[in-house]
Design a protein around this ligand. Structure first.
Ligand SMILES: NC(=O)c1ccc[n+]([C@@H]2O[C@H](COP(=O)([O-])OP(=O)(O)OC[C@H]3O[C@@H](n4cnc5c(N)ncnc54)[C@H](OP(=O)(O)O)[C@@H]3O)[C@@H](O)[C@H]2O)c1
Length: 239
């Protein structure tokens, strides 16, 4: 199946890596389901895709941390396209600050969107993929879902949890032809960093377009090989 025949669901599509990925998949001719909470950003992206590529796009404002919102998303996607071939879970949030200053509310917020959201979306979408006898889940634990960093305890807790959950799920569903790719990207210059006070050099980070190319590369692997994990770092942080 080429990408032109694929239905790609992007959760976290409104901004950042999800948005840049949506543009790449639209250019390749995939049918797209776009989800995130901010309706205006989805509408703007849908218009942009239709203007540039004339693609088949469905936007569904969705809160990934809410089970009924996720159920509505999957239902609308199925009603429109009848299947979901690729799920990109690009929703997420970051809090990077000293452990002692991290609040309980921040800890819970990170676990909610970075882990529970992925749990709910996978619970809704992966059984469909099993029934279809195929599908591909691409998630973005980032490099902090694989290696620790100072002032990232809460964020690492959520991203290591995401890595562990999806690796377990991959083992559980591999006989049904569901593939999982975990992308461990270093810093990506997106709105993720807008409310982070830690001093970082955004100009040295990966662009959202470079991150989206990695997502697209993972999604484009065909045949017997599965791209299980990919590390992509800015030049300043390689290895
Ligand atoms: N930027 C980096 O340096 C970097 C590096 C490695 C990995 N990552 C990971 O990559 C993913 C995407 O990051 P990004 O840089 O693209 O961040 P971003 O620019 O902040 O975009 C995050 C997207 O997720 C959506 N989102 C947040 N909470 C949501 C929820 N509850 N339900 C549905 N959608 C939700 C946001 O839209 P709404 O707020 O409108 O819902 C937005 O569209 C995240 O998981 C992040 O942890 C980022």
């Amino acid at each position: 199946m080429s990408l032109t025949e694929k239905v790609v669901l992007i959760v976290g599509a409104g901004r950042g890596i999800g948005r840049a990925s949506a543009l790449l998949f639209a250019e390749a001719g995939a049918s797209l389901v776009l989800a995130s909470r901010t309706e205006g950003e989805l509408a703007e992206l849908e218009t942009e895709i239709e203007r540039r590529y004339g693609g088949d796009v469905l936007s569904v404002p969705t809160d990934a941390t809410n089970a009924s919102s996720v159920g509505r998303l999957t239902g609308e996607a199925l009603k429109r396209f009848g299947r979901i071939d690729t799920l990109i879970y690009a929703a997420g949030e970051g809090v990077l600050k000293p452990f002692a200053e991290t609040t309980e509310e921040e800890f819970e917020r990170l676990l909610n969107v970075n882990v529970k959201g992925a749990f709910l979306v996978c619970q809704s979408v992966v059984p469909l993929m099993e029934k279809q006898k195929g599908g591909h889940v691409i998630a973005l634990p980032g490099i902090l879902g694989r290696a620790p960093m100072a002032q990232a305890a809460a964020y690492c807790a959520s991203k290591y949890a995401l890595t562990g959950m999806l690796k377990s799920l991959a083992l559980e569903t591999k006989r049904a032809g569901v593939r999982f790719s975990l992308l461990h990207l270093g810093g990506v210059d997106s709105s993720f960093w807008d409310n982070i006070t830690m001093r970082v050099q955004r100009e040295k980070m990966l662009s959202v377009e470079a991150a989206a190319r990695a997502v697209f590369f993972a999604a484009s692997q065909e045949g017997e090989g599965v791209l299980g994990e990919l590390v992509l770092q800015p030049e300043s942080h390689q290895l």
